[in-house]
Design a protein around this ligand. Structure first.
Ligand code: G3P
Length: 215
């Protein structure tokens, strides 16, 4: 399973990259707006930190506008993936991007049927948002299991990128469901490694080690 960080914060991305298990980065306009910087500048800098796929989102909602932005993003760096919203105009653009060899991450996916369309359109990644579904009383992870089943029924190559993750439980369940990738906020990244019994056990081992006679 691949781990992406869901962030536009350079400090966070550098910190996560230091762990040595970071496979990519996803950004969105909300995350970039928090930095106070230009989207292009942020993405260029992220591409220098992480060699894996870096998602950069288009802001247009019409086919021509989306394609214009997609072609610009695709030229920024080899590892840029164009993030396109899951709307009709977006799907048309995904088909064209696929023909032109532009990698796509189709975002704002909230149902397995939408994800089926993404695979048919030739999307590289689909981003189902689990946390936002949980927020409105649905079980976001059910959708991931459905998408996994549908994609395996037809051997679709689109990768399932679980987004809107809010807790280590989401990461565990995404892995159990066989998702290809989870994109994880920095705070959750930090939580993944922690367990109170690990800390307590280590403290005990270190204490007991003092009783071992020196060689
Ligand atoms: O990048 C898209 C996604 O991960 C958004 O997460 O927490 O805003 O629902 P959230």
């Amino acid at each position: 399973m691949k781990f992406f960080i869901d962030s536009a914060d350079i400090k966070e991305i550098k910190e996560a990259a230091k762990l040595g298990i970071l496979d990519g980065v996803t950004t969105n306009p909300s995350l970039v707006s928090k930095t106070g910087r230009k989207y292009l500048d942020v993405v260029k800098e992220i591409c220098e930190i992480c060699p894996g796929p870096i998602s950069a989102e288009v802001l247009s909602v019409d086919y021509d506008g989306i394609m214009k932005e997609a072609r610009v993003w695709a030229k920024v760096a080899n590892n840029v993936v164009v993030k396109i919203p899951l709307i009709e105009e977006g799907l048309k653009a995904v088909v064209t991007c696929s023909k032109e060899g532009i990698k796509t991450n189709v975002t704002l996916c909230f149902s397995s049927v939408q994800a089926l369309l993404v695979a048919k359109a030739g999307g590289t990644f689909v981003s189902p948002f689990v946390g936002r579904l949980d927020d409105i009383g649905h079980e976001g992870m059910d959708g991931i299991r459905e998408i996994k089943q549908i994609y395996s029924n037809y051997d679709y190559k689109t990768e399932i990128l679980v987004a809107s993750t809010r807790s280590p439980i989401h990461i565990r369940d995404a892995a159990l469901a066989g998702a290809d990738i989870a994109t994880i906020p920095f705070k959750i990244f930090q939580q993944l490694v922690k367990h109170p019994l690990t800390d307590r056990g280590l403290a005990q081992f270190l204490e007991d080690a003092k009783k071992i006679p020196a060689p």
